[in-house]
Design a protein around this ligand. Sequence first.
Ligand code: RFL
Ligand code: PHB
Length: 393
Amino acid sequence: MTTQRRVQVAIIGGGPSGLLLGQLLHTIGVDAIVLERKTRDYVLSRIRAGVLEQGLVTLMEEAGTADRLHREGITHDGTVISYGNTQIAIPFTKHVAKPVTVYGQTELTRDLYDAREHTGATTLFNVTNVTLSDITDDSPYVECEANGVRHRIDCDFIAGCDGFHGVSRQHIPAACRQEFEKVYPFGWLGILSETPPVHDELIYANSDDGFALCSMRGAHLSRYYVQVAATESVDQWDDNAFWSALRRRIPEQFADTLVTGPSIEKSIAPLRSFVCEPMQWGKLFLCGDAAHIVPPTGAKGLNTAASDVRYLFDALKTHYVNRDSEALRNYSQTALARVWKVERFSHWMTSLLHRFPEQTDFDLKIQQAELSFLAENQSAQASLAINYVGLPY
Ligand code: RFL
Ligand code: PHB
């Protein structure tokens, strides 16, 4: 059996990019379908980002999905960078009048799914064999299978929001697509534990044993990470080994007061920088991880997905409301200009804070000097703050 329907925008991927775009389009009366490879529960079980830039909070407000975010999100006016026992306080609001909000990607995605269900908009889950056709013509269409039924969706535009392993990007002909990539020789082992956070701000720690990050999801829910070799697996790390590694990597003041407990989630994320150019092909527009990946050190993945959604939503709005397609034509160029600045910052933060296996004594001295410079120099701190809270869209 094949079902056929027509929408204005077909969105591939029901992660935060796809859902946010769908919800924003709904506010201007543009109908969109979301096709998701997994189930809603599976998408909501992925523990990922935790720090939201103001631009993403504003988008959630515009989408009408920010009520719980405002109630439960925690505003942070600064962060701590440490090396050994030295702490560098980076007060964001001293340098740039914007805070960040700590609110889990899982919760943000849940709010978007709830709002989508409330509007009655269609989401197809468990989709397989997704193909995009006629994307350089006026009448593109998407085909897929879901729960034994074949679907054909005719549309004006396709938004490729299907993450790094999605199919959308592959529909840009290889000869016209350029991919830039750097794979780091380590990953982050992360745990979630029902314990009070060790500090009221995030701590990014450089230590002789490698990087560590102390983050949080709430007053009694902590998220911690330690750098591990790319070859390591989660089974090699019981909770005790994790807590000991974390203690060794953060300043003594925090190691002494750290409250430990059983982990309720534990996973390893590899670190990668990646950009696909262009981000647009005919009627196909890529958003978020489908087009670019950053290592999580600057908390930029979800936030950069959000800036793509901002550019694409504004361009689609101008197209549908004002019949002006100039911004759509410029989407790739506009989005990539910001993407590369975020890639630079995430790569810089990663290089500043991690131990690299090939690092020579000279490289270590340079890293130490970079940290001392940051500790002493207000302009260096301002630069970090401006990038961390989010470059303007
Ligand atoms: P997603 O979240 O990967 O969603 C893509 C969705 O598409 C579906 N899909 C398909 N659907 C249909 N057909 C197909 N063929 C499909 N193929 C895939 C997938 O099932 C999925 O549901 O991409 P999106 O929406 O672009 O969102 C990007 C963010 O998820 C990502 O950038 C962040 O999580 C990165 N990230 C962080 N970003 C931040 O801004 N701040 C942070 O603090 C932060 N911390 C992190 C992070 C990522 C991490 N990991 C695990 C990589 C911390 C970690 C540990
Ligand atoms: C998180 O809380 O998961 C988190 C916070 C900051 C980062 C990365 C991840 O840079």
